[in-house]
Design a protein around this ligand. Structure first.
Ligand code: AMP
Length: 394
């Protein structure tokens, strides 16, 4: 069963083609396009590459196209992207302006090009369906909550991948199995022995931290929108809501200007004075740019703050995981986050940390109570697996 997974950014389209057999899953090919201005051209180019490469004979060879959709009003989990769901995603445009419009556009283009092929979305919020009620809420008046002002959590595909893979690496097949079945039974299966407590740090262009007990998330640093929690490359991260009122009243900014600035000119770019790629920020910091150094320190300290936010409710930590572009590639950031945590039983091995090159590795010191791992994430595989299950059950 061939499933194409499309990962749509505001100016990019990346894809992976999987072939799922009985108990087997193979990545057939992958590709992508940057600086996309016209999604029609990008989708056509993707389908052309698949055909010219001999990976499919025609669009009909694809059992489905899967999408890592972000947010929809009143919809989560793995669902068919029909008109009802697309309308619910449109409501999410205000909250996820950097993400949802790209998906809406991309899905519409795929449905024009392949009207017979099921288009299925696994929403990024799906992993957080079972977090405690307190982790879902803000202390707002009831009508606000009813209007959708609540914490959702994002990066669900990535953190779910880490939940499963870290359990395998910790020798906890019972927990790994629970993660595989999570979207079927909501984590109902029995766990043998002690709790497995994991914190997953997805640090990339977009960043978040998730606490996970026995394969089930207890919360995510992103709240109602993917502009909250940690600073992102150019999106803001946590900011007091009254800051918006202050800027509206003192500077005369309207909602569009606020959105533009907080989604494009903020985050690491705002702090560093215009640099949003961590490689550039580190190069700038090395030349004495104080804003760039502040951006690095801020990312490290905010990640540590969220580590603390989950260490306490988990009552300790068995595995700390780093993933995504920065988590997999930047040893200095990992070292900064793990500095002086030996009182909590978390101790990095500096040589192992330095030696990692975007590969799966354990980087904790021999006497560290908490295992520390680098695990390259595979969000598309998580989407592909759930899409396969959806097709089998529907
Ligand atoms: P992502 O959104 O997961 O692709 O992560 C993007 C971020 O990771 C950018 O800030 C990059 O600077 C950083 N990054 C990605 N790949 C590398 C690499 N090979 N070496 C260093 N940094 C990287």
């Amino acid at each position: 069963m061939k499933i194409l997974v499309a990962n749509l950014g505001s100016t990019s389209l990346k894809y992976r083609l999987f072939d799922f057999g009985e108990g087997e899953e193979a990545l057939v090919t992958r590709g992508g396009f940057e600086r996309v201005e016209d999604y029609r051209e990008a989708v056509d180019a993707c389908l052309r590459e698949l055909k010219e490469g001999g990976f499919i004979a025609s669009e009909d060879d694809l059992a489905a196209v899967g999408f890592k959709t972000v947010l929809a009003d009143g919809v989560t989990g793995c669902v068919r992207l029909d008109q009802r769901v697309l309308e619910a995603m449109e409501v999410g445009n205000t909250v996820a302006p950097a993400h949802n419009p790209a998906y809406l556009m991309g899905v519409r283009v795929f449905s024009e090009r392949m009207p017979r092929t099921p288009l299925i979305g696994l929403f990024e919020t799906a992993f957080y369906q079972w977090i405690p009620e307190t982790a879902k809420r803000y202390a707002v008046p009831a009508p606000w909550f009813e209007a959708g002002v609540r914490r959702w959590g994002f990066h669900g595909a990535s953190h779910k991948f880490i939940a499963e893979r870290s359990a395998e690496l910790m020798g906890r097949e019972d927990v790994a199995q629970r993660v595989r079945q999570l979207y079927v039974d909501g984590g109902a299966g029995q766990i043998e022995g002690s709790d497995l407590r994991v914190i997953s740090c997805h640090l990339g262009g977009s960043s978040s931290v998730t606490g996970i007990r026995n394969g089930v998330a207890i919360g995510n640093s992103m709240g109602m929108s993917p502009q909250s929690g940690l600073p992102n490359n150019n999106r803001v991260g946590d900011v007091d809501g009254f800051a918006l009122l202050h800027m509206m009243r003192t500077k005369g900014y309207g909602p569009d200007e606020i959105e533009r600035q907080l989604c494009r000119d903020a985050g690491l770019k705002g702090l560093s004075g215009g640099f949003n790629d961590l490689r550039d920020i580190q190069a700038q910091a090395a030349t004495g740019n104080e804003g760039a150094q502040l951006a690095l320190d801020f990312l490290i300290d905010e990640t540590r703050r969220w580590l603390g936010a989950y260490l306490v409710p988990l009552n300790g930590l068995d595995a700390l995981v780093f993933t995504a572009g920065i988590g997999e590639n930047r040893s200095e950031i990992r070292a900064g986050i793990c500095a002086e945590l030996d009182g909590l039983g978390i101790r990095l091995d500096p040589a192992k940390n330095e030696a990692v090159r975007a590969e799966e590795a354990e980087i904790s010191a021999a006497d560290s109570k908490t295992k520390i791992f680098v695990i390259p994430t595979n969000e598309e595989l998580v989407v592909g697996r759930e899409v396969k299950r959806f097709l089998e059950n529907n």
